[in-house]
Design a protein around this ligand. Structure first.
Ligand code: BGC
Length: 252
């Protein structure tokens, strides 16, 4: 049972067939630099290149770093505004000749994390936060995803939370772990006041260094744990979403 997952990120577009029973990549990951500017046509061409690379003839799961409803991309915080209101799933289906399941990148990473990682068998309200160029969020209630929550855009001190507290903000403002943890504390405490999660899972590349900043987070009641699937969570979650949309193809 394999499915192709493709993760569209700010710097790279990465894909691989995923073994759905284990969540392992079934072949080496293929990565292409994200076209700059990241406009829909060139990005869809890269998605087609990834599909060709694996000679894939089934449905494909693809992530997008913004709101996606029924294949239409409705926000574009860190990509070209040309994505706004676009039927991106159809554009990619035309470019690839494959059926495309498109979903938000953090939702995809969250789905993988809940199925196979730190959220496994966790009931109640769980939020997965991906700390990267922006802050992505995936909200689960008893394991069921509430898509497109966009908690990275909560306003903190008059600014988008992700502008203050993403991993990119840490690098750009040259914040040490302590100063960054203060910003994360303020952000997570605000989020907690809104949704009262029973668990917060922190993902994104920087979560590999969770021991440097998670212990410094204060004023948050919910336990905070690092994601277990870090690099490939988006690919794996995209493949899982495509499998859920096409159970017959996934069972081949
Ligand atoms: C976008 C989210 C996305 C996150 C991580 C935010 O700026 O609004 O949709 O999940 O970045 O890529």
């Amino acid at each position: 049972m394999r499915m192709l997952g493709i993760d569209i990120g700010g710097s790279g577009i990465k894909g691989a067939p995923v073994d759905l029973s284990t969540g392992e990549l079934a072949e080496d990951r293929y990565r292409v630099a994200t076209p700059q500017p990241s406009e829909p046509g060139p990005v869809a061409d890269v998605v087609a290149d990834v599909v060709r690379h694996f000679g894939w003839d089934g449905p494909v799961g693809v992530t997008y770093p913004g709101v996606v409803i029924d294949g239409v991309t409705l926000s574009a915080a860190n990509v070209s505004e040309r994505w706004l209101g676009l039927d991106a799933a159809s554009l990619m289906a035309d470019a690839t000749g494959r059926d495309i399941t498109l979903l938000n990148d953090a939702d995809a990473a969250g789905v993988a994390e809940m199925r196979l990682g730190a959220g496994r068998d966790r009931k109640g309200t769980v939020v997965v936060l991906t700390l990267g160029t922006g802050i992505g969020s995936a909200l689960f209630t008893d394991g069921v995803l509430v898509p497109n929550t966009e908690f990275g855009h909560i306003e903190i001190r008059g600014k988008d939370a992700e502008v203050r507290a993403s991993a990119k903000a840490r690098e750009e403002h040259d914040l040490g772990w302590e100063r960054w943890a203060k910003r994360l504390s303020e952000y997570m405490a605000r989020l907690e006041a809104l949704i009262s999660p029973s668990l917060i899972i922190v993902g994104g590349g920087v979560s590999k260094k969770a021991d440097r900043f998670v212990p410094l987070i204060e004023g948050v009641r919910a336990p905070i744990v690092p994601a277990r699937l870090v690099n490939n969570a988006g690919i794996v979650g995209a493949a899982m979403a495509a499998a859920a949309a096409h159970p017959a193809a996934a069972a081949r």
